[in-house]
Design a binder for this molecule. Structure first.
Ligand SMILES: [Zn+2]
Length: 264
């Protein structure tokens, strides 16, 4: 069986010189696509370098500005970042969005930098990887007002945390939901229930490593090979086989990222 980690941070300092070991271990356990995600210029640069270095393993990159870093980009997206997005192994923009839980950047700046990236993703015809924390209302307002003027890019709510409350609105935008380690955590019955209710073609799975380690390893460093545990819990919740779920996610991610099917 083949797995896809639709959102990870291989550039993270937790891996550094050992990144090859983590990627090899994941590859050996069946992971065939990794989307390593940038959060600012420097991490986007590293994401692209890793995607080139580990092309053999199926590593691809996303480039963009996380809401935590938005404060440094209020004047606009730098030319180097814009150029990185045109690299052949870059298949998405982000992570971008709003984070009102930490509020590391002023909210008006977060909204401004998020709006720039909605336009950017649409212009490049690449999907936009969304990070949303305690800010679903404002994200929906911004996306709906953007959609009144023009099309929206394809949207992925990474580590979706809007619950059933926002699910209809998210699906109405044509968006996909990506689920991470929290779906495996004991207390999160409602997230497992949500994972069972999601339309099959809107479902993505990820580790968001090095954070959000899934259940059997909580407290340890997360890594892409652990994505299997996210798949296992979601397959059980949906009452489908692990094999069927891996094929569905393969189809869904190829439809979004155009990186080629793992199952042929
Ligand atoms: Zn992330």
């Amino acid at each position: 069986m083949f797995f896809i980690d639709a959102h990870c941070h291989l550039d993270s300092k937790e891996y550094e010189e050992n990144v090859e070991i983590f990627i090899e271990r994941a590859f050996e356990s069946g992971v065939r696509r990794f989307l390593t995600v940038g959060c600012d210029l420097e991490t986007s640069r590293r994401a692209v370098m890793l995607a080139c270095r580990f092309e053999w393993a199926g590593v691809f990159a996303s480039v963009g500005v996380h809401p935590h870093e938005a404060v440094h980009y209020a004047q606009g997206l730098p030319d180097e970042l814009l150029a990185l997005a045109e690299e052949p192994r870059v298949v998405a923009i982000g992570e971008a969005g709003l984070d009102y839980y930490y509020d590391h950047s002023p909210r008006d700046v977060q909204n401004h930098v998020f709006a720039m990236q909605v336009d950017w993703a649409l212009e490049l015809q690449k999907p936009l990887m969304l990070h949303v924390r305690d800010a679903m209302d404002d994200v929906l307002v911004l996306l709906r007002s953007a959609s009144e003027l023009r099309d929206l890019p394809e949207l992925i709510f990474h580590c979706y945390s809007g619950g059933f409350e926002y699910l209809d609105a998210v699906l109405a935008l044509g968006a996909s939901c990506s689920l991470a380690g929290p779906v495996t955590w004991k207390k999160n019955d409602s997230l497992r229930e949500l994972s069972a209710q999601l339309p099959a073609e809107r479902l993505l799975l990820e580790t968001d490593c090095p954070w959000l380690t899934p259940a059997p390893f909580r407290g340890k460093l997360n890594e892409p090979s652990y994505v299997r545990y996210v798949y296992e819990v979601v397959a059980a919740a949906r009452g489908c086989s692990l094999d069927a779920l891996t094929r569905q996610v393969d189809e869904n991610t190829d439809n979004l990222f155009g990186w080629g099917r793992v199952y042929v």
